[in-house]
Design a protein around this ligand. Sequence first.
Ligand code: NAD
Ligand code: IPM
Ligand code: MN
Length: 353
Amino acid sequence: MSTNTNLVAALPGDGIGPEVIASAVQVCERAAERFEIDLQFETAPVGGAAIDETGSPLPDETRALCQRSRAVLLGAIGGPKWDDPNAEVRPEEALLELRGSFGLFANLRPIRPVGRSAANSPIRGELLENVDILFVRELTGGIYFGAKHRTEREASDLMVYTVEEIERIVRRACRLAASRSGRLTSVDKANILESSRLWRETTTRIVWDEFPTLELEHLLVDAMAMHLLRRPSDFDVVVTENMFGDILTDEASMLSGSLGMLPSASLGEGVFGLYEPVHGSAPDIAGRGIANPFGAILSSAMMLRESFDRPDAAAAIEHAVELVIERGLLPRDLGPESASTDRITSAVVDALQ
Ligand code: NAD
Ligand code: IPM
Ligand code: MN
């Protein structure tokens, strides 16, 4: 699938998507210039914007662009305009199709609160010291991809996992944990769900057989939702299934002060990856130039690290973001004296000099 080109498919999408992608592309291009990385961005429609233009949330041209690219940088998709429950197509389908068809089963969502941003967290400051969590969310299985069924008076969504699907995501999480503090937390609902009992059994076996030096903790998802706020600094790598990971990471974003702060990388077996902020299209603030661009900017840093093998440029972007935050230049979701998306972007670009 993946190619040797230096092409990046920029898919802005809907709502604040275009605002944060413009920002991330600007920062990434500056970093590429400084670190002499040959990067080339090409833009294409996705989601609601693509439905309006072509009738499809993932037009053939967009899919083809992704196929010849090394990475995809995506903003956000969806919004009230396309929310009709009886609509033929939904914007979100594009995202599921990209994740599924490119085999991007591993979704990495790091949470590393930065001082002045975390000051906006509703969680007490002393609990946030040393928080550095890496969520590894399974992304191409579970209830998102199981069979759907609907009649007038009944509906169901099937949650299915195979042993192979669990093994590959757990192995990925184990390798990441081994390269960090050696602690792995696996989150499931094994007291109720059969799929979770298979998840727990498989996780235990993989750790015992292949990563015996790791420290493994199993937690039930409801308890995890509480532990995350009570003792966030105890967690290192957290592996979980698709929907639990979706919900827990929005919750965990508040440790860093705002949902707008979180980046993500969606990876398969090769270097190809899809990079997007964890947040959605934020229709309530779209078009006003006040969106927090840090999640998207940090996603572009993850792209340089994972798909372009340039940890130097990635770290420079991350450092520039920290500098700007510590200087107190914050978007509106992080404080009352706020700066615009553009102003923050320029500051990050300047900090990259
Ligand atoms: P959301 O993440 O868009 O917004 C939740 C809240 O967080 C809103 O108050 C919003 O203003 C705020 N917020 C989010 N990102 C922000 C940012 N960068 N800067 C400042 N504030 C920010 O979630 P939602 O409102 O539940 O969903 C809106 C739409 O987005 C839905 O159609 C949903 O399906 C879609 N969605 C898409 C993605 C994606 O593209 N990956 C992710 C989540 C939701
Ligand atoms: C996310 C989003 C998506 C998900 C939606 C838009 C399909 O919430 O990326 O976290 O649930 O995976
Ligand atoms: Mn989500």
